[in-house]
Design a protein around this ligand. Structure first.
Ligand code: NAP
Length: 280
């Protein structure tokens, strides 16, 4: 105990409760009181956690690499899981196995995820194409919106006129998934619609340089007077410029993580434009 100027005794023991002050004149030179430190549960700073659906495929693996290079926490989900590529970025991805068509065998992969990019799609019979491009993606979009995912990017595909009829299941599936995305993620949903995507495709541990075909085509179409996305264009089916897989990956990761990236559909020329902008 210590005596104050006005003769009152003050305790130096911080656990003791002092008499409340009645007026300014009552105030004493009380020693600075240090409260005992408390452990407060403050959540860790928010971190982006990206889940790439189909991250072991052609487009998905480039997206995973781009996201790892940008320092994001990256996970992938697909039926076969970790690919047999020897690149170092593969070790920085968490690989989950699961089938989007089987009810909830895979939903644990969404824990803590802030954004999703879906590269799940494929070809086959009309009904299979509808299921893999449509139903599988609709399941994923619904589950993601229920677990609080903020942003969702779907790799869809440009229309190809006549091929739309031949690949009816493919396009109907794509458009059904797009509609679901714009409904469930009105503010954070982005649809990329590339035409032909070229770049290095990993088949097992072999790398196939598809750029040999795509790159000259992109240059050709880049200067084409027929470059248009208008639906009544006679050359629409053939002139969608091929786009490099690294450009698709760059735009997809940006769309999934940049909160001001506008929601909605991005066509092939939009993909090219965004890919030439510097990352934020
Ligand atoms: N490549 C192009 O030129 C091109 C052009 C325009 C649009 N696209 C679109 O871009 C997307 C990616 O194409 P891509 O060429 O990268 O295809 P891809 O190599 O065949 O990749 C498809 C991915 O989906 C996964 N997958 C398939 N079914 C699944 C299921 N039921 N559950 C979970 N994962 C499943 C596959 O992995 P598992 O087999 O291990 O499950 C694979 O990782 C597709 O939607 C495609 O339609 C591609």
């Amino acid at each position: 105990m210590v005596a104050s100027r006005n003769g009152r005794y003050l305790s130096t023991d911080s656990n003791k409760v002092h008499e409340p002050f009645k007026s300014d004149s009552d105030k004493v030179d009380e020693p600075f009181k240090v409260e005992e430190a408390e452990t407060v549960n403050v959540p860790p700073p928010p971190t982006e956690k990206l889940l790439v659906l189909g991250g072991n495929g052609f487009v998905g693996s480039h997206i995973c690499k781009e996201a790892v290079d940008r320092g994001l926490h990256v996970a992938s989900l697909s039926r076969s899981g970790r690919p047999s590529i020897n690149d170092s970025w593969v070790n920085n991805v968490t690989w989950h196995q699961g089938n989007l068509l089987s009810s909830d065998s895979w939903t644990e992969a969404l824990n803590g995820v802030t954004s999703v990019i879906s590269c799940v799609g494929g070809f086959g019979s009309q009904s299979y194409m509808y299921k893999i491009n449509g139903t599988a993606n609709i399941n994923a979009i619904r589950a993601a919106s229920e677990t609080g995912v903020k942003r969702y990017v779907y790799i869809s595909a440009a229309d190809f006129g006549l091929a739309n009829y031949l690949l009816q299941g493919y396009y109907e599936g794509k458009r059904a998934a797009e509609t679901e995305l714009l409904t469930k993620f009105a503010y954070g949903g982005v649809i990329l619609r590339p035409g032909f995507i070229y770049g290095t495709r990993n088949v097992g541990s072999v790398k196939l340089p598809l750029g040999v075909i795509g790159s000259p085509l992109e240059m050709e179409h880049g200067s084409s007077t027929c470059k248009t996305t208008q639906t009544d264009s006679p050359c629409r089916a053939l002139v969608y410029s091929p786009v490099k897989v690294t450009a698709v990956a760059k735009v997809a990761v940006r769309a999934a993580t940049d909160p001001v990236f506008p929601p909605g559909v991005v066509d092939v020329y939009g993909i090219m434009r965004y890919s030439q902008q510097r990352a934020a």
